[in-house]
Design a protein around this ligand. Structure first.
Ligand code: SAH
Length: 264
C-alpha cells in the first residue's frame, strides 16, 4: 500500500538555482524522482541524495509514469515528479493526478518559475507597463493539441496585450500570420529566448514581426524557446514612459503617504 506523497515540483526554467527552496528541500529528501526530459535533469542530479532512484520520463507513457510513481510511493515517503517551469502550464498535471486519485495516492504541487517569466528576465523586459499593457496572455498555437474555439492566436492577439507563446517555435510563421491578421504592425517588437536561464546556452533574439523568423533561423533556434510579442518590449530604451502609480510621489497607498512635492 502507498505510504508516501507524490510531489509535483516545478523545477523552474533550467538554471538549477531557480528552483524554489521548498522544491529543493523535497529533492534532497526524495526516495525517487521522475523527471521530465533534458530540461530539468541538472536539478535532479544536483540535489538528490545518493540512494535516490532517478528516472527520465521521456520514453514513458502516462500509464507507465503513473505506475512508476505509485510503486515508488509504496516504498518512499517523498517521491518527486520534477517538471519544467511551473507544473500548471502545459505539464499534463491533471492527467497524472487523476491516475493518482484513482489509486488513492496523496499528491501535492509546488509551483515553479515559468519559462515565460525567465524569458522576460533574461531580456530585461517587463511584461506589463502602465498605459501600454496591463495583461499577459500565456498561450500557444495549435500543434497536435488543437486550440479550443475562441483561443486562436489571432483572436487573442486582437487585444494587443503581451503574449507569451509556448511550444510554438517551429510554427513561428503561423505566429507571424496570426499577429498580422490581428493588425500588428510589421515593425512591432518581438522577442525569442532559447533556453532562458541556462548558463552558457541561453540565447536572446530581438526582432520585429517582419524579421523575427529569419533572425531565429540565423541563430539555429528550433526548440526550447519562448516567443514574446508585446507593446511593452523595448520600453527600457524609450525616451519616456508613464510612471507606475505605486512609486509616484503624488500617489498615497497603505504603506506610504503622498508627498506634496513632485519630483521629475
Ligand atoms: N511548464 C513549463 C512549460 C512546459 S511546455 C513552464 O512553465 O515554463 C514546454 C515549452 O516551454 C517549450 O516549448 C518552450 O516554449 C517553453 N520553455 C520551457 N523551458 C524554457 C526555457 N528555459 N527557455 C525558453 N522556453 C522554455
Amino acid at each position: 500500500m502507498a505510504t508516501g506523497t507524490i510531489w509535483f515540483v516545478g523545477a523552474g526554467p533550467g538554471d538549477p538555482d531557480l528552483i524554489t527552496v521548498k522544491g529543493r528541500r523535497l529533492l534532497e529528501q526524495a526516495g525517487a524522482i521522475l523527471f521530465a526530459g533534458s530540461l530539468v535533469d541538472q536539478a535532479a542530479t544536483l540535489y538528490a541524495p545518493q540512494s535516490c532512484a532517478i528516472r527520465d520520463s521521456k520514453d514513458m507513457t502516462l500509464e507507465q509514469m503513473g505506475a512508476w510513481l505509485i510503486d515508488a510511493a509504496a516504498r518512499s515517503e517523498t517521491v518527486v515528479r520534477l517538471q519544467t517551469g511551473d507544473p500548471g502550464l502545459y505539464g499534463a498535471l491533471v492527467e497524472m493526478t487523476r491516475l493518482l486519485d484513482a489509486a488513492n495516492v496523496p499528491w501535492k504541487v509546488v509551483p515553479g518559475v515559468s519559462s515565460a517569466l525567465a524569458a522576460a528576465a533574461a531580456a530585461g523586459e517587463t511584461l506589463t507597463l502602465p498605459e501600454v499593457t496591463q495583461t499577459v496572455i500565456l498561450t500557444r498555437v495549435a500543434g497536435r493539441t488543437p486550440m479550443p474555439r475562441g483561443e486562436e492566436l489571432d483572436a487573442l492577439a486582437a487585444h494587443h496585450t503581451t503574449l507569451c507563446i509556448f511550444l510554438s517555435i517551429t510554427l513561428l510563421h503561423e505566429v507571424q500570420d496570426a499577429l498580422r491578421r490581428a493588425g500588428w504592425a510589421e515593425d512591432a517588437p518581438m522577442l525569442v529566448v532559447h533556453k532562458a536561464s541556462w548558463p552558457d546556452e541561453e540565447k536572446v533574439v530581438r526582432g520585429t514581426l517582419a524579421d523575427i523568423k529569419k533572425k531565429c533561423q540565423a541563430e539555429k533556434i528550433a526548440s526550447q524557446a519562448m516567443i514574446i510579442a508585446s507593446p511593452a518590449l523595448g520600453a527600457r530604451d524609450w525616451p519616456e514612459i508613464a510612471r507606475s502609480k505605486l512609486y509616484d510621489p503624488a500617489f498615497s497607498h497603505r504603506f506610504r503617504r503622498a508627498s506634496t512635492e513632485t519630483t521629475s
